[in-house]
Design a protein around this ligand. Sequence first.
Ligand code: B12
Ligand code: SF4
Length: 513
Amino acid sequence: MFPGGVAKVPGRPEAPSGASARTVPRVLLVDPYLARADPMERKFVELYPSLGVLTLAAVLRARGIEVRVTDLTFARSTAGLRSDIRAFQPHVVGVHTKTLTFLRSLEAAHIAREAGAVAVAGGPDATTRPGDYLEGGFDTVGSGEGEETLAEIAWTVASGGPIDGVSGTIVGKPGALVRGPPRPFLKDLDRLPLPAWDLIDLDRYLEQWRARTGERRMAVLTSRGCPFDCSWCSKPTFGRTFRQQSPARVLDELRALKDRYRVDYVRFCDDVFGIQRRWLEELLDGMIREQLGLQFECLARVELLKPDLLKRMRQAGLARVYLGVESGSQRMLDTMNRGTRLHQVERAAAALRKEGVRQYWFLMLGYPGETLEDVEETLRLFRRFSPEEYSVSIAVPIPGTRFYETVKDRLVGTAPRRHSSGGDSLLYIGAYPESMYRWQQRRFRIDAALRRARGRLPGSMIDGASRTLDRLHERVAKPILLGSRRREAASGPSHGTELPLVPPRHPPAEAAD
Ligand code: B12
Ligand code: SF4
């Protein structure tokens, strides 16, 4: 079992010299995401700094802890981490983890421990599978919401105390994990200081956005958690809780971004933005009243986007909405426990079009129970509304979700492209072979390209091409691909237990722009 106190970890140097009850802790926070390592991200760059890291840093600083951040996002390698640790001599190195960055997180732990620091993993991936991080070299995992936990770890380490037993931590190894007492969620998000934007090169992020889009874009979070319960969704950090900041606190943050960093476009990163209508109206009124002149985008649920509300959102600067449409089949929406009705999708899509707001649809293929007729319904819906942008991903079973539980005995092969963003492989034995889903993805792409040509080509030509594509699907592709399922069944696909890669919740796999 993990022995606890810093200096007792075998094979590691003593805690940084002079640690005592009065020592001010030094914490280095690391975001190990390296954009260059992800081909998908390189292609469709969607770069924002991690708000988790920036909020943790701000809270630690407010507690009198010395904090620095090593953000590898624009780095060429992890070399900078070594030099930062050498220069700062932190007591604690806290690493923000996502599935995508697993191996680089372990490397960071190794570098931290070599330098005598305590390596702490936190964030969505370490919270989901703490054992892998502990086995991979971390001293402890700060599970779930991290502000209080990391502050307590920092003070404990700096004073030479043992860290096993700190609330919210997990130590040990797979099969023998030892959890500290549970850490209650923060009650009042308004008490969080503004994110520590000054600790990273924020201008680098803003400038890459300006070069791409003409706007200085930044991410803002107004709430934590989501009360809905879609069966494929993983919510490792905040679960089904829902807490939000007051509209006044959000306005403070928007004003600060505008005044200090000349931000003119905001992405609200909430799981679902504007869950409570009155709250949203208050925020929108504030944005209009204060003439912030910001444009914004958000992820919303279709049933919340009533036409009158949308008008107000537009006035306040709404430029783009991400919609989890997922399927054009009501039966599939119900199977996913999505909680939305098709007529709500149609109403929201039509209202967005009317208001001139760009819509980005998330669509999902391959969810258990889906038939080819369901896919046709999704394609028909997609054709009717031709969203400006979209992604069609193949459903990814994420551990901890009901979807994963349904298919966990049928996981297949190994997750391809370990370092890419995922969502384009079938990771379990589904109703059809992976090639069928890939072909279906292509149909959506071709169709979207045809619709984009509207205005340049006669409508009849576009509709004709669509029909030809459908015939090609029915008469050629479908029989061949269904045949390949029979061949696969005969030869027996290889089973595996590799952890599936990331979920299909985010752009930008196939933006149709
Ligand atoms: C906004 C967002 C994005 C934005 C911005 C990303 C960014 N740089 O932060 C965009 C759209 C660019 C994006 C991209 C991706 N995202 Co994203 N994203 C989110 C989202 C919706 C909010 C993130 C956020 O700001 N949370 C709020 C902060 C406060 O929470 P937090 O980061 O989890 O941090 C808290 C705790 O985790 C903990 N903590 C965090 N770090 C540490 C470190 C230590 C040491 C400790 C003790 C604690 C601790 O304390 C923090 C404060 O309480 C989350 C879902 C969610 N609700 O969290 C998904 C989520 C983080 N994204 C996810 C994924 C998969 C991705 C992509 C890989 C998608 C893709 N296919 O391309 C990319 C990765 C890009 C990248 N740079 O890493 C997954 C991660 C799952 C996993 N196990 O890895 C999540 C959880 C969504 C989900 N349910 O699947 N994402
Ligand atoms: S998919 Fe969106 S709405 Fe559904 S549970 Fe997850 S975060 Fe909530």
